[in-house]
Write a protein that binds this ligand. Structure first.
Ligand code: AMP
Ligand code: MG
Length: 383
């Protein structure tokens, strides 16, 4: 077990215990945001035949003008056997996407009139985009809308994708009450599980939302033992407190791989396995749990779906660093001129979830390093 590791080391340790994926076939209509689990070779040349890139006339570039369209009906997209161009001055009306009549090697654009310039490059040549057998999508590819269209162009109707991992989400804490109920003095609304479930959905996992578990070793042990999932996310109960039972239980009965990461907010997360199932223990403070998810859990579970992009920003407000830890202050990033600038707007406490909504990124300040207004620093811009 390692303690107080860097963010990079935490991720490396977690990656030694990956979630085991199965695969399933899905139709392209169900493939959005799924992760491809096979290499796809094109079943066809693209385009499969020479065709016109423009509406106009198919002609021979070495032919004569004025041109004559007599006897030719328009070649339409989908036509199978366009007529031969036999005469030197022949011009056959043609639609975009229609096959090129034999004998033609150029297109005159409709806009230029039938005697206009003949363009050989307005013919899209068979296979100019890719060839049958080319591998264009590989295992691990995120199926974006354009990747889905490419798979269809290649002739695939169904594809093999990774099954979505099932991740249990469990909040712990005696003070936590599900929203919708009344609060008594000392209680707060439980919020982390809702955000964590949404984050899991965003990166293509199935979130199993459990009700709050009270701060007791037995309650927690019973809940963990009852789970049927591929990985477990808990929130709360991982710091030094007397009732931080997730940490205690994992120390005593689980298999702990790391505890504490050099980041602020988000210091006390842990990772290990419970009866063989990977378990991330996230801190209870709402900003901390979201940021540990973004920085470590998401890149572990779904590196294909990054939640943040590293950028350089010029700070307009000063921000404090953190002793010995990477400091993730919430910032609002926006373009200004030819650079990105960043401002801060809310209280930065790790309990203030509003700070993550009021801003669109965080600083990535190295340990013991703050920034003054005007400094250019590394930041993470959330998607
Ligand atoms: P803990 O990590 O359990 O010590 O909790 C740290 C802080 O986060 C405490 O103020 C908790 O009340 C709060 N907290 C813990 N879990 C949640 C949760 N699921 N939703 C909202 N706040 C929480
Ligand atoms: Mg707690």
């Amino acid at each position: 077990m390692e303690t107080f590791v860097t963010i990079e080391r935490a991720l490396a340790i977690a990656r030694e215990t990956p979630v085991r994926f199965t695969t399933e076939k899905v139709s392209l209509n169900k493939a959005h945001n799924r992760i491809l689990a096979q290499d796809l070779q094109s079943k066809v040349d693209d385009p499969p035949f020479d065709n016109s890139a423009m509406d106009g006339w198919a002609v021979n570039s070495k032919g004569t003008t004025p041109r004559d369209t007599t006897g030719y009906s328009t070649v339409r997209a989908g036509d199978h056997d366009p007529e031969w161009l036999t005469e030197d001055d022949a011009a056959c009306p043609i639609m975009t996407g229609a096959p090129i009549p034999p004998g033609a090697d150029a297109i005159v654009m409709k806009e230029d009139g039938v005697n206009g310039k003949a363009h050989t490059n307005f013919i899209r040549k068979r296979g100019e985009n890719f060839l049958e057998g080319d591998t264009l999508l590989e295992t691990g590819q995120l199926m974006t809308p354009s990747a889905i269209s490419l798979a269809a162009t290649m002739g695939y109707e169904t594809i093999l994708v990774r099954s979505k991992p099932k991740i249990a989400v469990i909040s712990t804490g005696d003070e936590l009450i599900a929203p919708g109920n009344g609060l008594e003095y000392g209680q707060i609304y439980e919020s982390n599980s809702y955000g964590l479930c949404a984050l899991l959905e965003k990166i293509g996992c199935i979130a199993i939302h459990h009700s709050v578990v009270e701060d007791s070793i037995e309650g927690l042990r019973n809940t963990l033992n009852s789970l049927d999932c591929d990985a477990i996310l808990t929130s709360g109960g991982v710091s030094m407190g007397e009732f931080d039972y997730v940490r205690k239980l994992m120390e005593e009965e689980g298999d702990l791989h790391f505890w504490k990461v050099a980041m602020r907010p988000g210091g006390p997360p842990l990772f290990g396995t419970w009866d063989g199932t990977p378990l991330f223990g996230l801190p209870g403070n709402p900003v901390s749990s979201h940021l540990v998810f973004t920085m470590i859990v998401a890149p572990w579970l779904a590196p294909e779906v990054p939640l943040a992009k590293e950028v350089r920003v010029r700070m307009k407000d000063p921000v404090k660093g953190a002793p010995g830890k990477v400091c993730l202050r919430r910032i609002q990033i926006s373009p200004e001129g030819d650079e990105l600038v960043a401002t801060t707007h809310t209280h930065q406490g790790s309990g203030n979830i509003h700070s993550l909504v009021a801003h669109n990124g965080v600083t990535y300040l190295p340990p013991d390093t703050g920034a003054n207004a005007g400094d250019i620093i590394t930041a993470l811009w959330f998607h």
